[in-house]
Design a protein around this ligand. Structure first.
Ligand SMILES: Nc1nc2c(c(=O)[nH]1)N[C@H]1C(S)=C(S)[C@@H](COP(=O)(O)OP(=O)(O)OC[C@H]3O[C@@H](n4cnc5c(=O)[nH]c(N)nc54)[C@H](O)[C@@H]3O)O[C@H]1N2
Ligand SMILES: Nc1nc2c(c(=O)[nH]1)N[C@H]1C(S)=C(S)[C@@H](COP(=O)(O)OP(=O)(O)OC[C@H]3O[C@@H](n4cnc5c(=O)[nH]c(N)nc54)[C@H](O)[C@@H]3O)O[C@H]1N2
Ligand SMILES: [Mo]
Length: 754
């Protein structure tokens, strides 16, 4: 018998072809004009050797108890146990840690992308459970754009709301003339939309802009960050130097009197202080086009020409989120806001600034934002937290203090780590350093469905289902399509839903009623839907009954009456609609930030030399860009057929300019070793002039497979630098990283080599 249930994922909506209880294929949703090939990558790995089918406990931990041989994590054997046994082990260990060290000794920030679906959201489930037993140390912000999440609210009142209200592609096609994309608009990224999407629009949006005559500039070390078909002009700057370029543009506008003074007076504060910095009055360094050219390796004439064009045309500035994932990653967004303010087009149709047309399908997607309900997490009595990317510092240095957004905090002493729905062995920087710190906690619990490096580095592995093995609802304010996620197959092996895993442990600890409130998963989903439906109705959108939603499988929420334009209301009337900043205006100078007294994040946008960049290299070093992979979401399905097909040599490809390859005597498809003082990884060489000299690009996502400090599989986080962006946001800086590249001589094939 064949059925075709519907499912939703961060990479789109699909029809699942199920034959006799087995999934044989995923087919694109009939409404999706540009479906992502990522989805089918799950089919061949749902079962098989990489699937976790029963609870597993690390042998030394099971035999010796908590804290035994933490340094064996990642290499120790695992022993299968029953669910009853696993639940008792987890419950008694939680009780011990709480009794001896208090709940703050449990770290459950559990950052990561889990699955789409409003109810079976792994982190929400875990956090709700832990809140029922006294709480946990959590984390703040994201790896995506931590620096912007902390900085931009000081400057524009909020960050996330502006991202959600990004001026849509329709408005760009009708009203923009000049689209300047820092970090480009790589279509690989538009496959993704957090919480699911019904129709992919990024490619069509960019194409429509081109067809409407919008000129596009791709400011990026990678030419391929904008699709060839739109004929973008390529400005191949050095990585991590966008701030210098933006300051050079701003200086040119100022000295040529091209800035919009009326806009600056009415809508901003602090421009004069920034102008003094631009002119070199504060540090004797004018941020001229010549100064910028020296840093970013573009010509001063090109910089001046770009500034003049931006002032003469209706211009949109797009800043990729990647620009925040570099040292001093607060500054590119602040400098871009200052530059857009000088152009004076913020809040007008098709122009101004957009935070990340590069990043996801939902950025630039015209839609109505419905306030859907979530699965309630309860409240956490523990006040301790870390900025998310400070996890290694947390484990390494209990009791030490850190700065964050104007205050000072202390790292608690973590005894137990619990991760559900994220992969720190994918997402964190300097994985060799993290691995050493990871040996310290007494117990590490992980909910996972596949044997990735996170699962391998745990003490207790609780096997969870994938979204194809349970039913859920994908309600998301980020997309007009709302989708029923049908259960396609029975759970594989003894895998349980995260909710069911935690219900079992809650029962063991006597808090089952508090955790479930007596509702079954199905009743919870209906509860979430009914509240969402009421809230939608208050926003003027009528959603069908639960029964009809289930019957039809999906709905499409009507589009807004007029296209989204970011900061439109503020522009129309800044007195009636002030920003949520102290001044109510755009803060080109922020007294609040200046008042924090950070020498690495002053009161206005400023250039700082990154910790690692091409302006200061050892001989032979190259700048490594580790951007998002085109064939998967982060590390998910790296073991699946879609990802493997792009990796015929078994290791992740790395792209290098022909000049750099010939200088090193390297050839196409050769296996190379990328290395620096922190670690190394192997990669398969792809030689191409789509990348500027001095820079290499290797996508993130290869499963970390350490052989000493070398990742055999090509995970760039074996090399990246683990340092905060600044005292303000403490965000991750994966993109500021220098490496050397050499031929790899496989000791097995080449005993005389290595
Ligand atoms: N070098 C470098 N590093 C980076 C970046 C970069 O640009 N360069 N980008 C950073 C960014 S922006 C991000 S967002 C992070 C992403 O980092 P993560 O979000 O941590 O990466 P994922 O691989 O998506 O991890 C999700 C995990 O959840 C598991 N999972 C899926 N569904 C379920 C479920 O239902 N239950 C449970 N329990 N688990 C589930 C998956 O198997 C997977 O292991 O990486 C960051 N790291
Ligand atoms: N297919 C796919 N899509 C994804 C994801 C995925 O894993 N796979 N992850 C999603 C997530 S969680 C996020 S946060 C977003 C991230 O969205 P982005 O941050 O926009 O994505 P990246 O691919 O890291 O970076 C975009 C481009 O910026 C360029 N770049 C890097 N450093 C610099 C620099 O210093 N200056 C300039 N001008 N350009 C630079 C790189 O060439 C890169 O291709 O992507 C989302 N989309
Ligand atoms: Mo992200």
């Amino acid at each position: 018998m064949t059925t075709m249930p519907l499912t939703s994922a961060h990479w789109g909506t699909y029809r699942v072809e199920v034959r006799d209880g087995k999934i044989v294929a995923l087919h694109p949703f009939e409404r999706d004009p540009d479906p992502s090939p990522i989805g089918p990558g799950i089919v061949d790995v749902l079962e098989g050797p990489t699937r976790i089918t029963a609870p597993m406990v690390r042998k030394s931990w099971l035999e010796g108890g908590p804290g035994t041989d933490g340094e064996k994590r990642g290499s120790d054997e695992f022993v299968e146990v029953s669910w009853g046994h696993a639940n008792r082990l987890v419950a008694s260990e939680l009780n011990r840690v709480r009794r001896e060290h208090g709940n703050r000794a449990i770290y459950a920030g559990s950052y990561g992308w889990a699955s789409a679906g409003r109810f079976h959201h792994a982190q929400s489930q875990l956090k709700r459970f832990l809140n029922c037993i006294g709480g946990y140390t959590g984390s703040k912000n994201t790896y995506s754009f931590a620096a912007a999440e902390v900085l931009v609210p000081h400057v524009l009142g909020t960050f996330r709301q502006h991202v959600d209200e990004t001026t849509c592609w329709e408005s760009i096609a009708s009203d923009c003339e000049f689209f300047v994309a820092f970090g480009g608009v790589p279509l690989k990224n538009g496959q993704i939309s957090q919480g699911g999407t019904g129709a992919h629009v990024q490619k069509a949006g960019l194409w429509a802009a081109h067809e409407a005559g919008v000129s596009i500039v791709n400011v990026s070390p990678l030419r391929s960050d904008v699709m060839d078909a739109v004929g973008a002009e390529w400005l191949p700057l050095r990585p991590s130097t966008d701030v210098a370029l933006m300051l050079g543009l701003a200086h040119t506008l100022l000295v040529e009197n091209l800035q919009d003074s009326v806009f600056l007076d009415r809508y901003t504060v602090g421009f004069n202080r920034f102008a003094a910095y631009l002119m070199g009055e504060t540090d004797r360094i004018p941020k001229s086009a010549e100064w910028a050219a020296e840093i970013c390796d573009l010509s001063a004439d090109a910089i001046r020409a770009l500034a003049r064009r931006m002032a003469a045309r209706r211009t949109m500035i797009s800043v990729a989120w990647a620009l925040t994932r570099q040292d001093h990653g607060e500054q590119p967004f602040w400098a871009a806001i200052a530059l857009a303010s000088m152009l004076g087009q913020i809040g007008l149709p098709g122009t101004g600034i957009g935070f990340g047309y590069s990043a996801m399908n939902n950025v630039g997607l015209n839609r109505r934002q419905i306030n859907y309900a979530s699965f309630p997490q309860g409240s956490n009595p523990v006040r301790d937290f870390i900025p998310v990317a400070r996890v290694t510092d947390l484990l390494e240095s209990p009791g030490t203090r850190f700065d964050y957004d104007g205050k000072s905090y202390e790292y608690p002493d973590i005894r137990l780590v619990w991760w559900a729905g994220g992969n720190p062995f994918h997402h964190h920087q300097d994985l060799n350093r993290m691995r050493r710190a990871w040996a310290k906690p007494e117990t590490i619990i992980v909910n996972e469905w596949c044997w990735n490096s996170l699962a391998k580095h745990a003490d207790i592995v609780l096997p969870c289902t994938t979204s194809l093995e349970r039913s859920d609802i994908a309600l998301t304010p980020k997309d007009p399509y709302q989708v029923v996620m049908d259960q396609a197959i029975a759970p594989v092996g003894d895998a349980r839903d995260d909710h069911e895993i935690l219900r079992g442990i809650a029962a063991e600890m006597g808090v089952e009623e508090a955790f479930t409130e007596g509702r079954s998963p199905n009743e919870w989903q209906r509860w979430i839907y009914d509240i969402s439906r009421q809230q939608a109705s208050q926003q003027g959108v009528e959603m069908p009954s639960w029964e009809n939603f289930q019957r039809d499988g999906w709905i499409k929420v009507p589009l807004p009456d007029s296209p989204n334009i970011m900061m439109e209301a503020f522009r129309a009337d800044p007195e009636a609609n002030p920003l949520a900043t102290p001044s109510g205006r755009i803060e080109i100078f922020s007294d609040t930030i200046a008042g924090f007294g950070y020498d690495d994040c002053p009161g206005h946008p400023a250039w700082f030399e990154p910790a690692e960049w091409l302006g200061r290299t050892e001989p032979d070093q190259l700048h490594m860009i580790s951007n998002q992979p085109r064939n998967k979401l982060h590390s998910q399905f790296d073991h699946g057929s879609v990802s493997r097909a792009d990796r015929p040599l078994g290791v992740e490809p790395v792209t290098m300019n022909p000049d750099d390859a010939s200088a090193r005597g390297l050839t196409q498809d050769q296996i190379v070793r990328l290395h620096n003082t922190r670690g190394a990884c192997l990669a398969a060489l792809n030689i191409s002039d789509e990348i500027r000299p001095g820079v290499i690009q290797i996508a993130t996502g290869a499963w970390f497979d350490p052989d000493g400090v070398t990742c055999r599989h090509g995970n760039p986080n074996a090399l990246t630098l683990d340092k905060g962006t600044s005292s303000l946001a403490q965000g991750p800086i994966a993109h500021s990283c220098l490496v050397a590249v050499e031929p790899y001589l496989d000791p097995k094939q080449n005993p005389a080599g290595s």
